[in-house]
Design a protein around this ligand. Structure first.
Ligand code: ZN
Length: 398
């Protein structure tokens, strides 16, 4: 080849050709490398399967898990735009979980209810730190005498006035909140018993986020199936020995459920056990006061569609819809598609790369009677304030 080249092309042209070849190699390599690194869920599937475009939920929806305090701010424009999206997508009511006691509860209620009282109900959450020094847990509000009594008084008062419909606990409860001596606060510490009792007395449910997906408690190595997102968010990893095990957090939560049978608990994110529906099934059977919602768990449910469908059939009276939004409409429509259709092998998020695992999901085609329960009937029964708000939507519904 070199001989042929030498014979047919003069030296300057040969040099130019060599340079161009080098340049081509440089340009092509990084691209093929990127191609290699592309998550497989994002690659173009060769398979052709039917696609159902579900623009709007088939029945009115109550989204029991949303956050309308974004980075400590109330954004009126976002709220007004989201209400328009709710209208377009068939969401009748949202539950906002961000009314902090004693902090911004008044501001939060005013923000949501000034123009949209008919579309939002509100859960409170407790300010464990107060004005304490982040580095010194002995200064945190939760470690001062009278904290629980004050919280119960405030909760009772807000519940009696109909301003709150429930109480939210974030995952920090069990993973980050500390006792005065620096040890982690136990979820089943009897100190909190009056709070669970107070919620039972006022018939307001407690939504609790306990632990996280199992990958977050495993080493963040290449064998971790969610290593990509954990590398992007190292703060999501609880793999170190400084954290309690995932199982021990679930056990502590379950002891609270057992000790307070009159209190209704909502296990946020499918009680953070959508990856093991057999275990979750045992919890559901053992604790009749446990209900669940599946915010941000389509990734886990949709890759085991047969088991998920059976689970929804069996526990159809105790599952509610949550999203962890406000999310863009593209994401909301994936919820409808997952629940209502038998579509196969679709992306569970509009984001690229897929944010919660490199795979695609399958729909579970729920029948109308189960859809209605999951979309709104269970929430209307369990969460105060929802039934009144959903009523006008139901009268126009199929
Ligand atoms: Zn959330």
């Amino acid at each position: 080849m070199n001989e042929v080249c030498r014979k047919h092309f003069p030296k300057p042209i040969r040099i130019t050709l060599a340079l161009l070849c080098g340049l081509a190699v440089c340009l092509v390599s990084p691209r093929s490398l990127a191609q290699e690194l592309k998550p497989s869920a994002e690659k173009r599937p060769a398979m052709r399967v039917p696609i159902t475009h579900v623009e709007r939920a088939r029945y009115p929806v109550v989204d029991v898990h949303t956050h309308f305090l974004v980075k400590g701010r109330h954004d009126q424009e976002l709220l007004d735009r989201y209400v328009e999206w709710m209208d377009r997508n068939g969401i009748a009511v949202c539950v906002s979980l961000d009314a902090q006691i004693p902090g911004k509860i008044g501001e939060h209620i005013d923000f949501l209810w000034a123009h949209h009282q008919d579309r939002f109900v509100i859960f409170a959450n407790l300010d464990f730190l107060g004005n304490g020094d982040r580095e010194r847990p002995e200064t945190w509000a939760c470690n001062q005498t009278g904290f629980v009594r004050e919280m119960c008084e405030r909760l009772s008062n807000e519940a009696k006035r109909g301003r709150i419909s429930g109480l939210k606990f974030f995952k920090d409860f069990g993973l980050r909140y500390r006792n005065a001596d620096g040890s982690l606060i136990a979820i089943d510490d009897p100190r909190w018993d009056p709070i669970w009792e107070c919620c039972a007395q006022h018939k307001i449910p407690v939504i609790m986020h306990t632990a996280d997906p199992s990958a977050f408690f495993q080493p963040t190595d290449e064998d971790n199936e969610r290593s990509t997102e954990l590398k992007a968010h190292p703060e999501w990893s609880f793999a170190g020995s400084e954290y309690p095990s995932r199982a021990s957090l679930h056990e502590a939560r379950n002891r609270v459920l057992a000790r307070h049978p009159e209190t209704i608990f909502i296990g946020a994110h499918f009680a953070n056990d959508a990856e093991d529906l057999q275990e979750l099934s045992r919890w559901m059977d053992t604790y009749p006061n446990l209900t669940i919602e599946f915010a941000s768990r389509l990734n886990e449910l949709g890759r085991q569609p047969y088991s998920a469908r059976k689970f929804f059939e069996k526990y159809q009276d105790r599952i509610m819809l949550g999203t962890d939004g406000p999310f863009p409409e593209e994401r909301l429509r994936i919820y409808w598609r997952f629940l209502e259709t038998w579509d196969e092998y679709f992306l569970y998020s509009e984001k690229s790369p897929p944010p919660q695992g490199d795979w695609r999901i399958y729909g579970i085609g729920l029948p109308p009677e189960i859809l209605k329960k999951v979309y709104h009937a269970n929430a209307a029964r369990i969460i105060p304030g929802v039934a009144d708000r959903i009523a006008p939507f139901l009268s126009n519904s199929p």
